[in-house]
Design a protein around this ligand. Structure first.
Ligand code: DGJ
Length: 729
C-alpha cells in the first residue's frame, strides 16, 4: 500500500517505489513533517519527531505553546498563534482578527486521485495512485482544511494541495493560502536551484547556497512569468546530474506564485510554495470551499538528472491530456519572424508552397491578420479578418494552403484589448482597471477582465467563431502583457483581492472549453515567448512556446533549464533566421536544426528568402524529426555537459526506455584550439550491450561508451553541432 497509517507510531507514510514521505502526529492533533527521502522500511514516529527535545515537548504545550509553535515542523502552518516563520495560511475573521489553529480531526485514504474543481492537476487511476486526506479543523473560526496528498507509486512523485471550507455562519477572509510546506534539517547544506531570467532569457538555471533567513522567487505579474518559474529544487551540497539528493517542488499554476526556502534559528529549512499573497484576499462565505492549486514534489537520491526524468515521466503520463501527447506534431512554419505584420494572402501562399516542397507540414499565420493591425498598437479584441491583407478571406486562404498540402494554424491573443479597437470603444469598462485611474499600458494594450462572464464569453466566442469558419488545425494562444491596475466592477469591494486568481481560473475555463469543443485542435500556449510556460498550461496544451529567442547559445540555456522539469515533447522549438533577431548572432543552419530537434520542431523564417544551401537542408531536417520524434518525445533525457556551466560545450542525450537506441546532440559552442578529441561519457545505456553508431560500421560496448567515453573530434569553428545515433546490435 503506498499510503499507510501506523496507529502505534501515529505516523502516516506515503511510499513510492523509491521514496518515503512521513508525517507524525504530535499531541494527537498536530501533523508534523518527519521525513522525506529515500524509501524507509518502517515507520518511526517517536524517534524522528524528537518530542523529547526541548522546545518540541508536546506535554509542555500549554505552558510553552509559542516555542512549540515556533519550532514544530507543522505540515500546514498557520499564522497568528506563535509560528513566526513564513506560514501557509492567514485567515482574517469579520471581526478583523488573524489567528488560526488547525487540529487533526480525521483522515481518509482513497484509491485514485480526485480532480481539483476549475484547476489543472495531475491525474491517475485507482491502480496508479492513492490519496490521503488529513481533515483539520479550527472550531474557533469554523474553518475546515483538508490537506490532500496523492502518491504516484510507480513514478516516485507526490502531490499536495489544500481545500479550505468555511463551516461557520460568517464570512472568512483568506489572506494567504499556500499549497505546501515541507520542513527539513538543513544539515546537508542545501543549495537552491531556481529557473530565472527575463524575456528572451527564460528559465536559466541559478544555483545558490541556502542561508539563514528567507530566499526565494515569485511572480506578482498575473502570470507565471519570464522572470521566475514556479519551480524550486533543494539539492544537497555536491549534488550533480548523477549523484546527490534533489528535492523538486513544481507548482501547477499559471498566475502569481511564491516559492521560498526559509532557514530558521534551529537550522531547519522550511520550503513553502503557493499563490503569492501579495494582492490576494479571498472571501470565503459560509459553506464555500477554496481549492488551492497543487504542488508536485519529487525526491531523487540519484542527482538532478533522475529528478528531471521523474518529472518528465509524470507529466507525460499524468498531466498532459492532449491526444497529441505521443503523436508526431505537424512540422510547422510560422510567419512571425518571416514577415512580422507585413504579409498578405499572396505572401503566405508563397511561403506555404516553398515550405511544402521542403517537407514542412503546416503554415501558422501569426499576429496581424485581424482588425486593422499593422503593428502591435491596435485591434486586439477585434477578431475579424483584415481582408485588405487576407484577400479572399480566411477560408479562402486556409483552403489554398490545404490544397498545397499543408495544414493551417492561426495566432490569437484572446485575453487582450487594444485601446485602439472597436471592442474598447464599445466596452471601455472591459479592460481591467481601477476606477478613477487610467490603467497602465504595456505593448499598447490592456487586459480583458475575464472574471466577468460576458467578457469571457465574448473572448471565447471570438476564437471559436474563427475556428468554426475554416479548417484550422492549430492555435497559438498568446498573452503579451502582465496584469496591473487590479480592479473589476464585477467584484464587490471585499472581493477585489480575488481578481488575480479568478483571472487564472477564467483562462483555464476558456481553454477547457476550447479543447472540449475542438478535440482535434493542436493548442500551443505562448506568452511573449515563455512567460506562461508552466505545468498549469500543460494540462490544456501539449506544447508551449519556450521563448522568442532562437539564438543557439541562448536557446541551449533556455532549453536546458526548461528540461529540468519538462519533457522535450512539450518544448516549442523552431529554427530561426540568421543573424538571429534577438541577439544578431550568426549560427550554422545545421546547428539551429539540431537545437530545435530537442523540442516540437518547426521553422520561423522566410523560407523563400533564405540561402539555397540552408533551404536544401530542410528536407533532411524534417526527415530527422520524423525519424527521431518517438525517441525524443518519450525517451529518457540525460544531460551530459552544460554549456551554461562550462561556457564551451553542450551535450544531451535521449535514451529509449528499453535502452535500444540513444540520440546524442553535441554543440561545440565556442571552439578552443590545440586540445585532444573530446571524451564524452554517455549515460543510461545498457553497459553489457553493443551499440553501433548509425551510418558506420563502428560498434562499441555500452560500458566503454559510458565509462571510457566516446571520442568526439573537435569541430573547427564556433557553434558546430553533431548528432550521433547509436543503435543496440
Ligand atoms: C509573442 C510571441 O512569443 C511571438 O512568437 C509572436 O507570436 C508575437 N507575440 C506576436 O505578437
Amino acid at each position: 500500500m503506498p499510503v499507510l497509517y501506523n496507529e502505534k507510531e501515529k505516523v502516516f507514510a506515503l511510499n513510492t517505489k523509491n521514496t518515503t514521505y512521513m508525517m507524525g502526529i504530535a499531541d494527537d492533533k498536530y501533523p508534523g513533517h518527519l521525513y522525506y527521502g529515500k524509501k524507509l522500511s518502517a515507520p518511526c514516529g517517536e524517534y524522528l519527531m524528537r518530542t523529547g527535545e526541548s522546545p518540541l515537548v508536546p506535554s509542555k504545550l500549554k505552558r510553552e505553546m509559542v516555542s512549540f509553535m515556533d519550532s514544530f515542523p507543522m505540515e500546514y502552518p498557520a499564522f497568528g498563534i506563535g509560528d513566526f516563520r513564513d506560514t501557509c495560511l492567514t485567515v482574517r475573521t469579520e471581526a478583523g482578527h488573524r489567528g488560526c489553529e488547525l487540529h487533526l480531526d480525521s483522515w481518509k485514504i482513497t484509491k485514485g486521485k480526485p480532480g481539483l474543481t476549475g484547476l489543472p492537476a495531475t491525474f491517475g487511476t485507482e491502480e496508479e495512485c492513492q490519496t490521503l486526506d488529513l481533515i483539520m479543523k479550527d472550531p474557533v473560526i469554523g474553518l475546515k482544511a483538508t490537506l490532500r496528498y496523492s502518491c504516484f507509486e510507480d513514478v516516485d512523485a507526490i502531490t499536495r494541495t489544500v481545500l479550505l471550507e468555511n463551516e461557520s455562519d460568517r464570512p472568512l477572509y483568506l489572506e494567504k493560502v499556500l499549497s505546501t510546506s515541507v520542513e527539513m534539517d538543513n544539515d546537508r547544506g542545501f543549495e537552491l536551484i531556481t529557473l530565472s531570467g527575463s524575456w528572451a532569457r527564460e528559465r536559466n538555471i541559478i544555483r545558490r547556497p541556502v542561508v539563514r533567513g528567507k530566499q526565494g522567487i515569485g511572480s506578482v505579474r498575473g502570470e507565471s512569468s519570464h522572470q521566475d518559474h514556479p519551480f524550486i529544487a533543494l539539492v544537497s551540497k555536491g549534488t550533480d546530474q548523477d549523484k546527490g539528493e534533489a528535492y523538486g517542488f513544481h507548482f501547477v499554476y499559471s498566475g502569481n506564485f511564491m516559492a521560498q526556502a526559509e532557514v530558521n534559528q534551529f537550522d531547519m529549512v522550511r520550503v513553502t510554495m503557493g499563490i503569492h499573497p501579495e494582492g490576494f484576499t479571498w472571501k470565503l462565505n459560509p459553506g464555500e470551499t477554496f481549492t488551492a492549486p497543487e504542488v508536485v514534489m519529487v525526491y531523487s537520491d540519484e542527482g538532478i538528472g533522475k529528478m528531471s526524468r521523474t518529472y518528465h515521466d509524470l507529466y507525460r503520463s499524468h498531466l498532459i491530456r492532449s491526444p497529441y501527447l505521443h503523436k508526431e506534431r505537424p512540422i510547422l512554419i510560422n510567419n512571425w519572424e518571416a514577415t512580422y505584420f507585413n504579409f498578405t494572402t499572396e505572401k503566405l501562399i508563397a511561403i506555404a508552397k516553398e515550405a511544402k516542397s521542403c517537407g514542412i507540414e503546416m503554415l501558422v499565420m501569426d499576429d496581424g491578420w485581424f482588425g486593422h493591425r499593422n503593428s502591435d498598437n491596435s485591434s486586439l479584441g477585434d477578431w475579424f479578418v483584415n481582408e485588405e491583407k487576407i484577400q479572399g478571406g480566411l477560408k479562402y486562404l486556409v483552403d489554398q494552403v490545404n490544397a498545397i498540402g499543408l495544414k493551417f494554424g492561426i495566432w490569437f491573443e484572446p485575453e487582450m484589448i487594444s485601446p485602439d479597437s472597436e471592442l474598447f470603444r464599445a466596452h471601455p469598462d472591459w479592460a481591467i482597471q481601477i476606477p478613477g485611474r487610467e490603467p497602465a499600458q504595456c505593448r499598447e494594450q490592456y487586459v480583458l477582465d475575464l472574471t466577468r462572464k460576458e467578457v469571457r464569453d465574448y473572448a471565447y466566442e471570438s476564437v471559436a467563431k474563427i475556428l468554426r469558419s475554416a479548417n484550422i488545425a492549430y492555435v497559438k494562444w498568446d498573452m503579451n502583457r502582465q496584469l496591473t491596475d487590479i480592479g473589476s466592477p464585477g467584484l464587490a469591494a471585499d472581493c477585489q483581492g480575488e481578481l488575480y486568481h479568478r483571472y487564472v481560473l477564467a483562462v483555464y475555463e476558456m481553454q477547457e472549453r476550447l479543447v472540449t469543443e475542438f478535440p482535434d485542435l493542436l493548442l500551443e500556449n505562448c506568452s511573449g515567448g515563455g512567460a506562461r510556460f508552466d505545468p498549469g498550461m500543460l494540462y490544456y496544451s501539449p506544447q508551449i512556446w519556450c521563448s522568442d529567442d532562437m539564438d543557439v547559445p541562448e536557446r541551449l540555456a533556455i532549453q536546458e533549464g526548461t528540461a529540468l522539469c519538462y519533457p522535450l515533447s512539450c518544448m516549442g522549438a523552431h529554427v530561426g533566421a540568421s543573424p538571429n533577431h534577438t541577439t544578431g548572432r550568426v549560427a550554422p543552419f545545421e546547428t539551429r536544426g539540431h537545437v530545435a530537434l530537442a523540442g516540437t520542431f518547426g521553422y520561423e523564417l522566410d523560407v523563400t528568402k533564405i540561402p539555397q544551401e540552408d533551404r536544401d537542408m530542410i528536407p533532411a531536417q524534417c526527415a530527422d524529426y520524423h525519424k527521431y520524434h518517438g525517441l525524443i518525445a518519450d525517451g529518457d533525457y540525460y544531460r551530459v555537459d552544460s554549456y551554461y556551466e562550462n561556457h564551451y560545450f553542450d551535450c544531451w542525450e535521449v535514451v529509449a526506455k528499453d535502452k535500444s537506441e540513444v540520440l546524442v546532440t553535441c554543440v561545440e559552442v565556442w571552439n578552443r584550439p590545440n586540445f585532444k578529441s573530446r571524451k564524452i561519457c554517455f549515460k543510461g545505456l545498457d553497459p553489457k550491450a553493443m551499440y553501433r553508431l548509425e551510418g558506420t560500421d563502428q560498434v562499441y560496448p555500452g560500458d566503454l561508451l559510458m565509462y571510457g567515453g566516446y571520442l568526439l573530434p573537435r569541430a573547427f569553428g564556433d557553434l558546430k553541432s553533431t548528432l550521433l545515433h547509436f543503435v543496440r546490435e
